[in-house]
Design a protein around this ligand. Sequence first.
Ligand SMILES: [Zn+2]
Ligand SMILES: [Zn+2]
Length: 233
Amino acid sequence: MKQNYCLRCLEPLEGAQASWTALLSCEKKNLCESCSDKFHRLAPPWCLHCARPLSCTESCGDCERWAKTRHWSGLLTRNISLFSYNDFLQELISTYKYRGDIALAEVFKEPLRNFYQQYFTGTTPVPVPLSKERLQERGFNQAEVIAEFLPVSYKPLLVRDIHEKKQSKGSRQDRLRGHVRPFVFNNHTGPLTGQHILLIDDIYTTGTTLRKAALPLLENGAGRVSSLTIARS
Ligand SMILES: [Zn+2]
Ligand SMILES: [Zn+2]
């Protein structure tokens, strides 16, 4: 179906849609030029591990620190985000996430598919789950909506506990790892035998949540865990 208005500001999309360049490129326009210009797209040079913009591609200071921290090293192989988190994106994501305007998520479809194909072919997408409570109040999981845009189908391999378990009640392994565990492995078909799992979420902030989500996957046989996120702050 041909959409001829901007998904964000609802202004009609003019001329460009019919031009030769638009016809020849496979990219479907769903934002007007002025909205589209407000995205800060991420591209190399960036941090090899978290996609933070850098002057040359290497590991950033934060990722160096993660790698040296005993409980956290080796959990997340790589994060790539599509955009820098700015005011424009914050507004867009909250309109979509809290007001349930799912159609707006369409603007992420093309770049998500491109990044998946460019960097993560062969990986198994797993959306970061919401707790049951949160899911009921919101009605949908934004990470699942995004994961549905990918060229391969996702697997719901994680469940999120409503309340994070108290540290003292955790297993010895939990205490060794030194974190609370909001995520549990959810798979009835057995261990993951070396698969590269790709966590899908909207925002990469410190990377802590994604690392917590990676832990049960690695413990259940995943070879590596990376993440693809819409924005990084
Ligand atoms: Zn617009
Ligand atoms: Zn980094």
